[in-house]
Design a protein around this ligand. Structure first.
Ligand code: HEM
Ligand SMILES: *[C@@H]1O[C@H](CO)[C@@H](O)[C@H](O)[C@H]1NC(C)=O
Length: 344
């Protein structure tokens, strides 16, 4: 064991986690080859780089919210948009996981669209990150779009500074039809992953929307807002549960004391515990407390972890089913480029 390569260790930890969740070391078994290949690659990528899991879950949201689930978020260049694709949108800051999708595409070839690969990869990431508590089946058959615009992504994706009404309108928009309950359910994805200082800088000043003062000073200490003026934009974990012991001390955050399981990186209902004590990062998280119905849902999901797991899975199914909006849909050969240079 002492001579074990450092790169192998995380893999052992991951395998242990799978067996604890009652799954085989190879993970879920799917009856189709494409899904099996996606699963294997996602497990591998997450074992070597834990930040990939949250990135894949977020990618599903950012793909499906803009023109439906059409793999448009994966494009580096298109005939109509040039290189000014969704990846360049301000609201897509920090987006990652593209290399994993590329690797999977190389393995499955023409058998699956990039949009399908992304939906399956996000599903598997949610399963693994939740220790098997969040699992859902989704059909394949999505097609890839040939349009991807940074402006469209910025116009469609919600912003961290939105108030409750803006979030509600954004989720209920035609073609989406997501309820306030689903808004509250899906926001629980902020129990995992990281955010850049520029996404929560509004939470650090004296005029910030309500935020616990210890948590606020811990954030300001870890990522001083002045850094933005020096061209730096560092990150912190979305969930104080995932922060260092030193940060947790500054933030007066003791997971056990607030009813949160202390294991870092798990996709669970800890977001609701944190929100109800004002220890969430974004204004868009906190504002869910300002609506009576949304606030009652925060309480419900805090009190009932199993209900959140199953409602989150159902909302992810709905998200992963938003139909592609564009014309000239295809199955891309390379997830970063459309198949043709021109479309008529
Ligand atoms: C309700 C409106 C939402 C807003 C305003 C919002 C905003 C944000 C922002 C600003 C970040 C940090 C980006 C950065 O600075 O790097 C982020 C991260 C993240 N969001 Fe959301 N989000 C919302 C909903 C969702 C939904 C519906 C999901 C998935 C179902 C999701 C999953 C994530 C994940 C997993 C991360 C961490 C990503 C990583 O670590 O790579 N978010 N979100
Ligand atoms: C919107 O969703 C609700 C359920 O959440 C459903 O009853 C209604 O038919 C849907 N409307 C459209 C236009 O899809």
């Amino acid at each position: 064991m002492a001579r074990l390569n450092a790169a192998v260790l995380p893999l052992c930890v991951a395998l242990l986690a799978f067996s604890l969740a009652g799954q085989s070391a190879a993970g879920r078994y799917y009856s189709d080859q494409v899904q099996d290949k996606v699963r294997k690659e996602v497990e591998k990528a997450m074992a070597y780089n834990p930040s990939i899991g949250p990135a894949l879950v977020r990618l599903v949201f950012h793909d499906c919210w803009v023109n439906g689930c059409d793999g448009s978020v994966l494009l580096d260049k298109t005939p109509t948009d040039g290189t000014n694709t969704e990846k360049k949108a301000v609201n897509n800051i920090g987006l990652a996981g593209f290399e994993v999708i590329d690797t999977i595409k190389q393995k499955v070839g023409a058998a699956a669209s990039c949009a399908d690969i992304l939906a399956f990869a996000g599903r598997d990431a949610a399963d693994i990150l939740s220790r098997g508590n969040i699992f859902y089946s989704i059909p394949g058959g999505r097609k890839d779009g040939v349009v991807s615009s940074a402006a469209a992504a910025d116009a469609n994706l919600p912003e961290s500074t939105f108030d409750f009404g803006q979030l509600q309108t954004n989720f209920a928009a035609p073609g989406r039809n997501f309820t306030v309950e689903e808004l509250v359910v899906l926001s629980g994805a902020h129990s995992i992953g990281v955010a850049h200082l520029s996404s929560y800088k509004d939470r650090l000043g004296a005029d910030a929307t309500p935020i616990d003062s210890d948590y606020q000073s811990a954030l300001a200490k870890a990522t001083p807002p002045e850094l933005l003026g020096k061209g730096q934009d560092p990150t912190v974990p979305n969930n104080p549960r995932d922060a260092s012991a030193a940060f947790q001390k500054d933030a007066a955050y003791d997971p056990a004391a607030v009813g949160v399981s202390p294991t870092r990186g798990v996709l669970d209902n800890s977001y609701y515990h944190n929100n109800l004590i004002n220890k969430v990062l974004f204004k868009s998280d906190w504002v869910l407390r300002t609506d009576g119905f949304a606030a009652s849902k925060l309480q419900e999901y805090k009190d009932n972890a199993a209900e959140w797991n199953s409602d989150f899975a159902a909302a992810m199914v709905k998200l992963s089913s938003l139909p592609a909006q564009g014309k000239n849909l295809e199955i891309r050969k390379n997830c970063r480029f459309t198949n043709q240079q021109y479309y008529y």
